[in-house]
Design a protein around this ligand. Sequence first.
Ligand code: NAD
Length: 349
Amino acid sequence: MLISAAKLTQFAADVFTAVGASETNARLVAEHLVEANLKGHDSHGVGMIPTYVNNILNKLLTPSASARIVRDKGAVLVVDGQQGFGQVVGREATALGIERARQMGVACVGSRNNHHLGRIGAYGEQCAAAGMVSVHFVNVVGHNPAVSPWGGREPRMTTNPFCVVVPRPGTWPIVLDMATSAVALGKVRVAYNKGVDVPDGALVDHEGVPTNSPKVMFEKPLGSLGPFGQHKGYGLAVMCELLGGGLAGEWTAQPEHPRGHNIVNHMFMVIVDPEAFGGLSAFRYEVDEMVKYLYSTTPAKGFDKVRIPGEPEQETMAARRADGIEIDTSSWQSIAKAAARVGINADQL
Ligand code: NAD
């Protein structure tokens, strides 16, 4: 099915309103999810609607919750999302961090107990829109781990996203935003729904044998995802777990903590005001010149050009704004079923 961003946003907002969210919160979450689709990350787009509806109905997600400051120590803020929509409480925590970074030059924010934060780049882009640089370490708990450590065959962590964003006022920011697993789990879900294979090197089955079949993540006997970049990606994933989970959330994937069918994201953010260094315009000059230098590289065989992080998302967004967003049949059926649970008829679309 091909659908416009505007129609999809209205539909998603209607579903969230029907399940108890305020119109403001419903709209914020809907816009965040559709932006993920527009930027090519269908794994973090409207395909999450069934999970969010289910978690609200099971009281694992509180649609009216706001972020609450639980510790305030100069450049350090600890903010509890009280299991609200990540897209609402994560945004609030980020806004508090931006304000603090403007006063202090830097802010370290522990944003804990957020329901799924979705696409982490959104919080970096929020910082960039305020002229800030930001770094985000995130862990994901509340359910069984899915990612095995480098050298192991059993899952011990989740997809622990990492993100760094550099502002470029007047144009789109440079956004490195990625799962530290070989692929995002949501992308394996999308492949499973479409009945297609995942790329080589992403998954192992329950015996530790490499496989391309996404089934091993959803049907028993379960396998696991591996880290990206072998030991280096694994190392970064561990740091997301320790800083996002251990420091910010005080809740890592270690087995003492509750596991069920929830999604909880803890995020450790460092927000830096370039004005506290050499100033935004001096920084911008170096950024622009370096980007020009990167673009001047002759493409390697099989590549059309060199890109900078965040560029593929801009390209996909331009195409999807023009052509619409494609949703596969299986994902749409799950979304329609979730909408029907709260009295919304998806046939209207
Ligand atoms: P990806 O592999 O598609 O992209 C990773 C990064 O590489 C992006 O910054 C992208 O701009 C950059 N990139 C891609 N191709 C490039 C090229 N040719 N040149 C330069 N840069 C390039 O992303 P992913 O790892 O599949 O992650 C997808 C999304 O999933 C992210 O938005 C992430 O935040 C989200 N995520 C969220 C959670 C959660 O619990 N909330 C967990 C895992 C992932």
